[in-house]
Design a protein around this ligand. Structure first.
Ligand SMILES: [Zn+2]
Length: 405
């Protein structure tokens, strides 16, 4: 016993010398018990979700003991860039939304420029205020054509997870393309006259950045930050907003540990950022389709995520995910994986798509954008425009499929 303790002590002391930088490790997660142990730990995830099989994590300077405490086999994947000071790396640049990641104020300034140029198609309204006081905006786009049928609502949510910078970047492009498409009566989406008429009867809502505090914190303090900036008891910060929604809240793949990456919050909708999407929901007659853009993994995922049981409408959801996959692959050859969230990845409870599917039978999807893991959420700017192209193709495929739902 004494020798084991001594070994552990030696290991703890030596870890501060051995581990001086930020490192990505791949854990072998053997079963649901290990998956939940990882979800409950305070180890920083590199993967967007804990997955049985393997999940990547980030170990910082002096944190090697956290890796050993998990008791799972691991291998070192790569040294990561310093998470601090990303605002300095990107300063003094002329910004282009096809090739650069933007600060939060620059994203909203770009949306505002497009809104002012398109006053008949675009409206803006505030759906909430973040914990640190930043406005959370939504923009609506619709054709100005007369339409007598039931109007449909299509919601695109971006940046719920702070560090997934490709998500707001994709949102900007899909928003711009939707404005351009609305201006021509959606003639670029489909040649079918009746489908076009239904698209003209749709309103498309965009949330440019759902979690602005976390997003800005990535730029100024920690590029790895995922959650919002809730000041939790015991000097830890943040709620995983994509575990804070009501459907299945509190279940597997979420955690009650404040310092966990998947901390679910004290109650469903405890956070103003998740409340903002409910505000948007209450402002529209009903949400018919919902896309939550995340990274990474190149996956198109449908409900449920909180249980492995497929939902009642799974055949349509699956067929549409395959239509999106094929449309995306036709642009630059990246074929995303389509499937149910819980069985394609693993169970996660309290997510956006489960909530909107449950509430209004919305065609609800999580799209995990590029890449498949080479860079993860640290996707180089050189891949922004191709990712935008494939996301736009998927968006169009779903919008057209919605005309038959
Ligand atoms: Zn995510």
């Amino acid at each position: 016993m004494r020798s084991i303790s001594a070994l552990c002590l030696f290991a703890l002391v030596s870890s501060s010398f051995a581990q001086a930088d930020w490192t990505r490790y791949r854990l072998t997660v053997r079963d649901a018990i290990e998956a939940q142990r990882l979800s409950d730990s305070d180890v920083t995830l590199f993967s967007d979700d804990v997955v049985i099989g393997s999940t990547d994590v980030v170990i910082g300077p002096g944190e090697q003991f956290k890796l050993w405490a998990l008791g799972m086999p691991y291998q070192r994947i790569a040294t990561l860039p310093d998470p601090a000071g990303w605002d300095q790396r990107y300063s003094n640049k002329t910004l282009n939304y096809r090739g650069n990641y933007y600060r939060y104020d620059d994203i909203i300034a770009q949306y505002e420029e497009w809104r002012i140029q398109n006053p008949t198609h675009v409206k803006r309204f505030q759906i909430g205020t973040s914990i640190l006081g930043r406005p959370i905006w939504a923009y609506s786009v619709r054709s100005n054509a007369l339409f007598s049928g039931a109007r449909r609502s299509f919601v695109v949510n971006c940046g719920i997870h702070a560090r997934e910078w490709i998500s707001p970047a994709v949102g900007m492009y899909v928003f711009k393309k939707t404005i351009d498409s609305a201006a021509i009566g959606f003639a670029d989406m489909t040649t079918d006259f009746s489908k076009r008429a239904m698209l003209r009867g749709s309103t498309f809502y965009f949330v440019p950045v759902n979690n602005p505090d976390g997003y800005e914190y990535c730029w100024t303090n920690n590029r790895m930050w995922r959650k919002n900036r809730r000041d939790n008891p015991g000097s830890s910060y943040g709620v995983d907003l994509n575990r804070n929604f009501a459907k299945g809240w509190g279940g597997a793949g979420s955690s009650g540990n404040y310092s966990s990456e998947t901390y679910r919050g004290t109650a469903p909708f405890s956070e103003p950022e998740s409340q903002a999407l409910v505000f948007l929901e209450n402002r529209v007659p009903r949400i018919d389709a919902f896309i939550d853009f995340h990274s990474y993994g190149e996956k198109i995922l449908w409900p449920w995520t909180y249980t492995e049981t497929p939902p009642a409408g799974s055949a349509w959801l699956n067929a549409s995910s395959i239509a999106m996959r094929d449309a995306g692959a036709a642009t630059h050859g990246h074929q995303y994986t389509a499937g149910q969230g819980s069985t394609t990845l693993y169970i996660a409870s309290g997510t956006t798509k489960d909530y909107f599917y449950d509430r209004s039978n919305a065609a609800a999807y999580t799209i995990e954008l590029r890449d498949t893991g080479q860079n993860g959420f640290l996707l180089p700017e050189a891949q922004i425009s191709d990712t935008q192209d494939e996301a736009w193709a998927m968006f169009v495929a779903l919008a057209v499929r919605m005309t038959n739902r």
